[in-house]
Structure formats: structure tokens, C-alpha cells
Write a protein that binds this ligand. Structure first.
Ligand SMILES: Cc1cc2nc3c(=O)[nH]c(=O)nc-3n(C[C@H](O)[C@H](O)[C@H](O)COP(=O)(O)OP(=O)(O)OC[C@H]3O[C@@H](n4cnc5c(N)ncnc54)[C@H](O)[C@@H]3O)c2cc1C
Length: 459
């Protein structure tokens, strides 16, 4: 038997237009705290509070068409959803209630796909993220030690690390935030977002739980992205089989996917961070256990692009190679290093520069030499919940506009890899800011305006 109990504070805090006492539709299932004292008996509060979060996730006995009112709904629990939840807790303060929806609350793609990938940011940057909100510091305290944050803190701060460390930190923060009694975690996928009775109300529907509706004036999509693919020219004689980028970024899977005892050729398309990490994995594999493995590297670029550390800022901070990918590029791929380093015995560079026709010719000529092909050509947004209006993201405000009218869509926002901030560096380059700490920096700038506060309310 599970019963959902939510604690909320009836005292007003300075949270602008979004502040209103959130009275539950089913008052017998809630209690309120006033100046830290429950309206119901202390004993009852103490007894029920620890169950406040998990119960909503598992409660299958809900009445038909149950509607629950929240201050905000966060969709997605990867690095950005965790940061948005933390940011809203800090900004809205006591009395707010946040519904947080994700299929599994396991830290998003970093844990699902990239635990074996080397980071492009140093351990200190992950720590700065992990301690960047007051609510994060509370969340970490709610999780017993050693945990993802304490383990991260033990690493060499100036070095990059395996992303499993970052993933463990996300899991710690996610677990801790789910224990915050202002947060209701709901396992599932939001499939529909519609406007409520008033224009300032969003109603979200979760797959398989259509009878249960979440209502809030503010919704934040942190729904992430997945590897993009492009349609390749089809050679008449042989079409290579596709390998998923996520699998090739995991050496433990890659090792068992490719044959060891016969010649095999893998084509790799792209020259970004992921493409270089794929080349690195394949070269390592050819040296460790797959001596007959060969690689054809399809690239439009004569030179690789590296992040450059300037005086207090980073040139190509979001688009240049960093960390081990940059080291690998310089050591094995750049210019005549491919031949000099010996990597050229395994990797053959296929020049796709010169425009669409030349690229097509290169693919038609070389694809039949490949048994497999991996596309590392960028990331596409995951599908959003069904909505009545077509929306377009504003990368400066974090809001959305109605594509038909160009008008801002009230109460709808986005963050993370799918909805990053657009930044212009000191050299005038325009990039999209993707990375844990960058999500956080963006949120610190925009969330106060999303919720209508000029500054953080006193807690
Ligand atoms: C190979 C690679 C390496 C990277 N390395 C670094 C690095 O070293 N340092 C760094 O700072 N950044 C790095 N990044 C960038 C970025 O920080 C990560 O991509 C990060 O995982 C993005 O987090 P996110 O929350 O935006 O998306 P995700 O991690 O994809 O999370 C999205 C979540 O939303 C959920 N979701 C989607 N749709 C719905 C729905 N309708 N309802 C409910 N839930 C939904 C998903 O299930 C998922 O849990 C890297 C990225 C890649 C691709």
C-alpha cells in the first residue's frame, strides 16, 4: 500500500507571479507545514514524511482523473533536469512543489551510454556543478557516503576523468533530490502537454497513466538528444551494416560486436569529439584483440579543430576537441601524424572535402570496402510531448515561441543538450553551450526570469 503525502509550506515567499498556496485536490492526503510546524500532529508528519517521494512513483491505486497541482514540472532527469530541479528549488524556495518526470532517474545519457567515455571537462568542473546549488548540497547530504560526490572530490581536480565518475555524481544528486519533500518524482514519459483552463496552466499527461494529470504554471523540457544520422549514398554492390554510435563509444560492447578472427573494416563518419573517441576505441581494439580490424575515416576537414585556452576564456570551448580526444587527434591523426605514428596502418583517411558531389563520390567509392559504418555527425533532439502548438526554442531566454505567431509561449522553457544557450565568444564565434557546468550557468541567469523573481528569496 502506498500513499502519497506531500509537505508544503503555507508561508509566502517572494516568488512573484508563480507563488500561490498549492492546495491539493485530495486534502486528506496532504499536510502543511507552518513555520516548520506541521498543521497535523508532529507524530504523523514524522511518520509519513520519508515516504513522500517514492510513493507517487509507485502508487497504482490512484482514482481516475486525478489532478495534482505543482509549482513546476521538470521533464527529464539527466544532467540538465537535475540542474533545473535544483535551480527551481533554490529560486522558488520553501512552499514550492516540483513534479519531476523521467523513465528511470538514472542520470540520463551519461549513465545510460557514456560511462566508458573519457570526459572533456576536468573533474573540478563536475564538482563545481555538483555543489553549485544550495539544494544540491542538501541532496548530497541526504545520500550516505561514500557517494558519487565524495568519490569525485577524491580525484585529481585538474585532470579529466572517466564519465562514470560524472554519472555517479548525477545519480547521487538525483537520489538526494528525490528525497527532498518538495520534489515528487514520477517514473514515466510525458506524452502530452496541453493548456489548462487558464492560459497560465500546463497539464501534462504521462504515458500509461493517462488518468493522472500534472498541472503547473511552469514546465521545463530537459528531454535530451540522441545521435543523429544522415542518409548515405547507396553503392550498388555492398551496403555496410550500421553500428550505433552509443555502442561504439563503449569498448566493452564494441569488443564483442566485431569479429576477432577475420578481416573487418569499420567506416567512421565525422571529425567531432565523438568521432575522434570512436577512432581511438577502434585503434585500441586493433592493437589489443582485433589485429585484422581496419578503419576508413570519412572526414570533410583537412585539420581537426581544438579548444584553445586563452587568457581567461576558451576559444572553440564547445566545438573544439578537448581532453583525451584532443591528445589522440594531435598524436595520431593530425597532418602526417597518421603515417608517422603507425596509426595509418589501421586507419585510412577518406577525404570528403570539396562539396556535396565530391563527398558522394567518396562514399560510393569507399563504402563497399566497409563491413560496418558508424555515424558521428551530431545529435538530434528527442521527440517532445505532443502539443497543440508548434514551438521553437529561444536559445537566449530559454523560452519557446509559437512558430505560427512568433509570440512567446507562457510558462514553457527548455535546458540541456536539446535546448542549450547560444553564446558568442570574445572572437565573435557563435556556439551552443553544452556541458554540465554550462547548463548550470545558463540556469542561474535565466531561471529567476522564468519564475518572475529578481533575486533568490530568503529561505
Ligand atoms: C559523448 C559525449 C560526451 C560528453 N562529455 C561531457 C563532458 O565531459 N562534460 C560535460 O560537461 N558534458 C559532456 N557532454 C555533454 C552533456 O553534458 C551531456 O550530453 C548530458 O548528458 C546532457 O544532459 P541532458 O540532461 O541535457 O540530456 P540527457 O542526459 O539525454 O537526459 C535526458 C533525460 O530526459 C528523459 N526524457 C526524454 N524525454 C522524456 C519525456 N517525454 N518524459 C520524461 N523524460 C524524458 C530521458 O529519458 C533522459 O533521462 C557529453 C556529451 C556527449 C554526447
Amino acid at each position: 500500500m502506498s500513499v502519497k503525502i506531500d509537505a508544503f509550506n503555507t508561508s509566502r515567499v517572494c516568488v512573484g507571479k508563480w507563488m500561490r498556496p498549492l492546495v491539493q485536490q485530495t486534502p486528506t492526503r496532504c499536510f502543511a507545514l507552518e513555520a516548520g510546524r506541521p498543521l497535523y500532529s508532529q507524530t504523523r508528519a514524522a511518520r509519513v514524511a520519508p515516504f513522500a517521494i517514492r510513493t507517487l512513483i509507485t502508487d497504482s491505486r490512484k482514482q481516475p482523473t486525478e489532478t495534482e497541482q505543482f509549482s513546476a514540472i521538470v521533464v527529464g532527469a539527466g544532467a540538465s533536469g537535475i540542474a533545473v530541479t535544483g535551480s527551481l528549488l533554490d529560486t522558488l524556495g520553501h512552499g514550492s512543489r516540483i513534479a519531476w518526470v523521467d523513465p528511470d532517474f538514472k542520470g540520463g545519457r551519461i549513465n545510460a551510454c557514456y560511462r566508458e567515455v573519457p570526459s572533456n571537462t576536468i573533474a573540478q568542473t563536475f564538482l563545481d556543478y555538483g555543489k553549485g546549488f544550495e539544494s544540491f548540497r542538501r541532496a548530497a547530504q541526504a545520500v550516505s557516503e561514500p557517494n558519487g560526490l565524495t568519490k569525485l572530490a577524491a580525484l585529481e581536480p585538474k585532470s579529466t576523468c572517466s564519465l562514470h565518475h560524472a554519472g555517479d555524481m548525477l545519480q547521487t544528486l538525483s537520489d538526494g533530490l528525490l528525497r527532498d519533500n518538495q520534489v515528487s518524482g514520477l517514473r514515466g514519459a510525458v506524452v502530452k502537454a496541453s493548456r489548462g483552463k487558464s492560459p497560465s496552466e500546463w497539464v501534462m499527461t504521462i504515458q500509461g497513466k493517462e488518468a493522472q494529470r500534472l498541472v503547473a504554471p511552469l514546465v521545463v523540457y530537459c528531454t535530451g538528444s540522441h545521435p543523429a544520422t544522415v542518409k548515405l549514398p547507396t553503392p550498388s554492390d555492398k551496403t555496410p551494416r550500421t553500428l550505433g554510435l552509443d555502442d561504439v563509444l563503449k569498448p566493452s560492447i564494441l569488443r564483442n560486436t566485431l569479429p576477432k578472427d577475420r578481416p573487418v573494416c569499420v567506416g567512421v563518419i565525422g571529425a567531432s569529439h565523438s568521432a575522434i573517441l570512436v577512432l581511438r576505441n577502434l585503434l585500441d581494439l586493433s592493437r589489443d584483440s582485433h589485429p585484422q580490424l581496419r578503419v576508413r575515416w570519412f572526414t570533410r576537414h583537412k585539420e581537426l579543430k581544438y579548444a584553445k585556452y586563452m587568457d581567461g576564456w576558451i576559444l572553440y570551448d564547445n566545438t573544439g576537441l578537448k581532453g583525451l580526444a584532443a591528445e589522440f587527434g594531435r598524436q595520431y591523426l593530425e597532418g602526417d601524424q597518421l603515417a608517422k605514428s603507425g596509426a595509418g596502418e589501421i586507419i585510412t583517411r577518406v577525404d570528403c572535402s570539396g562539396g556535396a558531389e565530391q563527398e558522394k563520390d567518396a562514399f560510393l567509392r569507399e563504402l563497399p570496402q566497409c563491413d560496418h559504418i558508424v555515424q558521428a555527425v551530431g545529435f538530434s533532439k528527442n521527440e517532445l510531448p505532443e502539443m497543440e502548438t508548434e514551438v521553437e526554442f529561444d536559445n537566449i531566454t530559454g523560452g519557446f515561441v509559437d512558430r505560427a505567431t512568433g509570440q512567446p509561449v507562457p510558462g514553457l522553457f527548455g535546458a540541456g543538450i536539446a535546448f542549450p544557450e547560444r553564446v558568442t565568444d570574445k572572437a565573435g564565434n557563435v556556439e551552443y553551450a553544452v556541458g554540465f557546468f554550462k547548463f548550470m550557468k545558463f540556469l542561474k541567469r535565466v531561471v529567476p526570469s522564468w519564475v518572475g523573481v529578481d533575486q533568490k528569496p530568503a529561505n
